[in-house]
Design a protein around this ligand. Structure first.
Ligand code: SF4
Length: 110
């Protein structure tokens, strides 16, 4: 399934970043703090942009917080999901990071 393979590609990307981050030399406390601040800034930006995309996507159900398009065949323990009619739907209002990279985003404004 396309969505499932996309999810695993994202996981592989995160694993790659985590693996390579160990290669960065963090010799001083200041280096470590700068590195953590940089990561936190990037994550905050991802969440901010993702939230904007979530609320403007035509597949976002504002009454439930779920995406009406994205679904999984299996429960994903790292996500807020609910089984709806035999598939697992993602509560994207809890996961703007999903929408930021979603290839299916479509504006609700046409
Ligand atoms: S951006 Fe993707 S995951 Fe987010 S609501 Fe739209 S279709 Fe669903």
């Amino acid at each position: 399934m396309l969505l499932k393979s996309s999810f695993y590609r994202i996981l592989q990307g995160i694993a790659f970043l985590l693996t390579n981050s160990k290669k960065v030399r963090l010799t001083t406390k200041k280096n470590k703090e700068d590195y953590i601040t940089d990561i936190a800034t990037v994550l905050a930006n991802i969440m901010l942009v993702g939230k904007e995309k979530t609320i403007k996507c035509q597949y976002y159900d504002t009454s439930t917080g779920f995406c009406t398009l994205l679904k999984f065949d299996v429960d994903v323990p790292t996500l807020h999901v609910a089984n709806v009619d035999g598939v697992w739907r993602v509560k994207v209002d809890k996961h703007p990071e999903i929408c930021v990279a979603c290839p299916y985003w479509r504006s609700k404004y046409g």
